[in-house]
Design a protein around this ligand. Structure first.
Ligand SMILES: C[S@@+](CC[C@H](N)C(=O)[O-])C[C@H]1O[C@@H](n2cnc3c(N)ncnc32)[C@H](O)[C@@H]1O
Length: 237
């Protein structure tokens, strides 16, 4: 859904280096007391610390399973709903915005989800340093910040270098699913994904919304008003 450019508060761990895409701006976020409590009390249980070391998924989740990554979980409703619907699959959500991470931690606790962990850090670093090659069955990037002004397009997350890094983390036939409600970003992402040699489109252009991606309230309202949403689903060759 359309929202102001990505925001996070100074407590989020900063990216390790600055040549990578800065798809969000660090600024003070408003943290509710419940979210603050969740960050304090639930991070040790459901969070994964950012570390420049590959994750041992089997050790983290205590089982072998397919693994999925979601980038930019926002307040985490979709993340938690998808993880609850797929208890056989393990999920890692990455988000920089503290209120969103707090909200997602609360949902993990409330739903007693043992198959979802959250990393509060910039996704480019997490992918570069923590996610092993060919380890993911799927990657979700739902409504990435659109950065609508032309001079800000360089801040858009889904650029060729990062898309290539994501493609390398997919298992053969693993998928990358992007959804956006900004048509020009959708067209840009389509061109970027089409140009990535490791990826193949599952559709002729944009894909129908896969059933596992819940329709958000915002999106349902937008669709009624005639606003578009574009899904892109590509598979690793
Ligand atoms: C427009 S919101 C969409 C949230 C959610 N996916 C949804 O559909 O409601 C984009 C989210 O991506 C997060 N974000 C932006 N850049 C990020 C990055 N480099 N690493 C992690 N999260 C990021 C922002 O903090 C924000 O919560």
């Amino acid at each position: 859904m359309t929202s102001p450019p990505g925001t996070a508060e100074p407590g989020a761990t900063a990216p390790a280096h600055h040549r990578t895409v800065r798809s969000f701006v660090l600024r003070q976020g408003r943290l509710s007391p419940a979210q603050e409590r969740a960050l304090d009390e639930l991070t040790p249980r459901h969070g994964l610390p950012y570390r420049a070391a590959l994750i041992d998924f089997d050790a983290v989740f205590g089982r072998p399973a397919h693994r999925m990554l979601e980038i930019g979980c926002g307040m985490g409703e979709t993340t938690a709903a998808i993880a609850a619907a797929r208890p056989d699959v393990d999920f890692v959500g990455v988000e920089v915005h503290a209120p969103g991470v707090g909200s997602l931690l609360r949902q993990i606790e409330a739903r007693a989800l043992s198959n979802l962990r959250v990393i509060r850090h910039a996704a480019v670093d997490v992918v570069a340093h923590m996610i092993p090659d060919a380890s993911l069955a799927g990657i979700h990037v739902f409504f990435p910040d659109p950065w609508p002004k032309k001079r800000h397009h360089k801040r858009r997350l889904l650029q060729p270098g990062f898309v290539h890094a994501l493609a390398l983390r997919l298992e053969p036939a693993g998928y990358l699913h992007v959804a956006t409600d900004w048509e020009d970003y959708a067209q840009e992402v389509l061109a970027t994904l089409e140009a990535e040699p490791l990826l193949a489109n599952t559709a002729a252009g944009f894909a129908p919304r896969p059933a596992y991606r819940p329709l958000t309230k915002f999106e349902a309202r937008g669709v009624k008003l005639g606003h578009g949403v574009w899904d892109l689903v590509f598979r690793r060759r």
